[in-house]
Every structure is written in structure tokens, then in C-alpha cells.
Design a protein around this ligand. Structure first.
Ligand SMILES: Nc1ncnc2c1ncn2[C@@H]1O[C@H](COP(=O)(O)OP(=O)(O)O)[C@@H](O)[C@H]1O
Ligand SMILES: [Mg+2]
Length: 349
């Protein structure tokens, strides 16, 4: 196993398509790091540069303190698992898994025991003689995982490996991946745009935007203390609410009310409040008009609009009696408000 280090890696495709800007990151030996961000923000590029499938325009990449920036992909000892499985269709599951070991000229016995052991871990022993087309999507993805695991690579890279699976299977495979990481104690870098995967799998999350790292921290730290408005809005579902607000004296004016505040300079701010921090109560000073009520069984998600025309999403108890067209009254705990600068990069205050 191994640590990974990116040192100021930039990648420019063609003459001016900047996919990655001064990307610097230390991944510890055995750590599970998740890269998240919207489509096109440079997640796959990061993995491809590490795997040697793309050349960095500038910067260096290290595996276990060895500079591998100029090494060929095969010398890097990295296994990559993709969204589309990339299995050989004409080979059986066994042969798919054995392929890289045969290329390395391992003995038949070693190959047999490696494939058997790995297929046991993944619960695919009974399918070893089947071809990929005779397997379900989840089983195919397990084979793709198995093909990576048999090699005992220094580092595992995952590029949205679960996004082709249906919702239920995705959750199941997500749990299996977490278990696998505990079992293998391997260094893993995992790309996803699914924040539930990011929150549950990562020791740390790296949030990327337009090729620039926004924040690197454990999941709960990113959730509770997002460094800027972009991260605040990207992590969390339903997304954080944002309201125009203004501090004057010791008052924060927000929605149709005000809250006591101290230690913040007068001026305009964007206030962020998570949907679960809208505290519905009949005596609440804040109000909105209810537009949509989503009844989810364990909770109701209420979409409303404030007097000022701002959208608001609240997560409420399932037994609350509210209907479209009605009024929702609520309170907000000042301690749960995130304030961001309005201009510039909207840093957290
Ligand atoms: N081979 C390529 N040639 C030119 N531009 C590319 C190439 N691959 C990716 N890009 C561009 O680089 C940016 C980052 O892409 P990518 O790393 O695939 O993002 P993500 O995986 O986060 O969706 C995007 O704007 C994409 O269009
Ligand atoms: Mg991608």
C-alpha cells in the first residue's frame, strides 16, 4: 500500500482548456479520499493524471514518496475501476479476473488462489464460469472490483463506479465498498458526484470546482463548516437555503424578521440555512407561503416562498398539518446560520 501526493498539478487540454489548476493533495497510506464536484470540474482528470493516462501540464505526482510523474502507467501499480465496468465480453468471470495476473506470468496455482480468494470476498464464486452478459449490473461491477483487487495494487482509483446501478443496489454496493476498504486497508481515491457516497465513504472529502480545490476535510466538517457558499450549496440534500440578509448594529435582518447577532461587521451578507434547521413552530416569527409538500414517510419536505420572493426548503416532521397555499411559521437558531460575504469568493464569515 502507499501514500499519494499531488504537488501543484495543472492540466490544460489543447491550448486553453484548463481542467485542473495547481491541484495539491496528500493522501495517506490506507486513506479513503473522495473527490466530489459538479460534472466537468476535473475529477476524472485528477485520476487519469495519477494513473498516467494523461500527462500533467505542470506539477509532480508521487506514490509512496517516489516521483512517478514520468513513469508509464504500467509501472505505477494502480488499479482503476470505471463506471462502465470495462470487462472483456468474450471471457468468463474467472478469466477476466485472472487476466492481469497471467500478463504478469504468475503460476497457475497462484492465479487460482488469488481469484478464488477475491471472488469469495466479493461473493461471486458461483459465477466464475459465466460471461459478463450473463450477469446483472451489480454482479458485473463486483467482477470489475475483483479484477482490481486480485492485483493487490498500491492504490485503487474509482471513477463513479456505482452510477450505472439502480438506487437500491448503489446503496448496497456503497456499503460493500466501505467494508472492503476496512478489510483491505488500501489507499483509495474515489470520484463521485453523489454526495451520499462522498459523505458515507470518505475519510476525507475533496470538493472541486472548475479544477480548483475548494475544501479538503472529513465529511462532517465539510457539512457543518463549509468554507464557502459553493461548498455549502453543493454538499447536503436538499441543498442549503440561501437568503439575502443584512447586519445592522446587533441585528441580522433576514426573510421577514430579525435575529440578535454579535461580532459581525455591518453590511450585506448571504445567509445559509440547512433545510433541517428551519424549526417549524406556530409562534415562529418567520413565515413563508407553502407551495409544495413532499410526503416521504419519515418526514415532509416543504417547498415555499418568502414574502420577499425567496425560495425556501424545510424538512419537517411527518405528522405536521400543512398544505400548498397555507402559511408556514418557523424559527431559526442563530447558531445554525452560515454567513457568507456577498461579493468576491463568498467566503465564510
Ligand atoms: N481529452 C480531453 N480534451 C479536451 N478537454 C477535455 C478532455 N477531457 C476532459 N476535458 C475537459 O476538462 C474538464 C474536466 O473534465 P473531467 O476531468 O472529465 O471532469 P469530471 O470528471 O469532473 O466530470 C472538462 O471541461 C472537460 O470538458
Ligand atoms: Mg468524470
Amino acid at each position: 500500500m502507499a501514500s499519494v501526493r499531488f504537488e501543484a498539478v495543472s492540466k490544460i487540454y489543447g491550448s486553453d482548456s484548463r481542467a485542473l489548476s495547481e491541484f495539491s493533495l496528500d493522501v495517506e497510506d490506507g486513506e479513503f479520499v473522495v473527490l466530489v464536484g459538479p460534472s466537468g470540474c476535473g475529477k476524472s482528470t485528477t485520476l487519469r493524471v495519477l494513473a498516467g493516462l494523461e500527462e500533467a501540464t505542470s506539477g509532480r505526482v508521487f506514490i509512496h514518496n517516489k516521483d512517478i510523474t514520468d513513469e508509464t502507467p504500467s509501472k505505477r501499480d494502480i488499479a482503476m475501476v470505471f463506471q462502465n465496468y470495462a470487462l472483456y465480453p468474450h471471457m468468463t468471470v474467472f478469466d477476466n479476473m485472472a487476466f492481469s495476473l497471467r500478463m504478469r506470468k504468475l503460476s497457475k496455482e497462484k492465479i487460482n488462489s488469488a481469484v478464488t480468494e477475491t471472488s469469495d470476498i466479493l461473493g461471486i464464486s458461483e459465477y466464475l464460469h459465466r460471461k459478463p452478459k450473463e450477469l446483472s449490473g451489480g454482479q458485473r461491477q463486483r467482477v470489475a472490483l475483483g479484477r482490481a483487487i486480485v492485483r493487490h495494487p498500491k492504490v485503487f482509483l474509482f471513477d463513479e463506479p456505482l452510477s450505472n446501478l439502480d438506487a437500491k443496489l448503489r446503496v448496497q454496493m456503497r456499503n460493500e465498498l466501505a467494508r472492503l476498504h476496512t478489510q483491505l486497508k488500501a489507499t483509495m481515491i474515489y470520484v463521485t458526484h453523489d454526495q451520499a457516497e462522498a459523505m458515507t465513504l470518505g475519510d476525507r472529502i475533496v470538493v472541486l470546482r472548475d479544477g480548483v480545490i475548494q475544501q479538503v476535510a472529513p465529511p462532517l466538517e465539510v457539512y457543518n463548516n463549509p468554507c464557502n457558499k459553493f461548498v455549502a450549496g453543493f454538499i447536503g440534500s436538499p441543498s442549503m437555503n440561501f437568503f439575502k440578509s443584512e447586519v445592522s448594529g446587533h441585528k441580522l435582518m433576514i426573510i421577514n424578521g430579525s435575529l440578535d447577532i454579535s461580532g459581525v461587521a455591518d453590511g450585506r451578507y448571504t445567509a445559509g440555512i440547512r433545510p433541517e434547521d428551519i424549526l417549524v413552530t406556530k409562534q415562529g416569527q418567520f413565515t413563508c407561503t407553502v407551495e409544495v409538500v413532499e410526503t416521504l414517510g419519515n418526514e415532509k419536505v416543504v417547498l415555499g416562498v418568502t414574502v420577499g420572493g425567496e425560495q425556501i426548503t424545510a424538512r419537517c416532521r411527518p405528522d405536521i398539518d400543512i398544505h400548498p397555499g397555507g402559511e408556514l411559521r418557523f424559527e431559526i437558531d442563530m447558531n445554525r446560520i452560515h454567513l457568507f460575504e456577498v461579493d468576491g469568493i463568498e467566503k465564510k464569515i
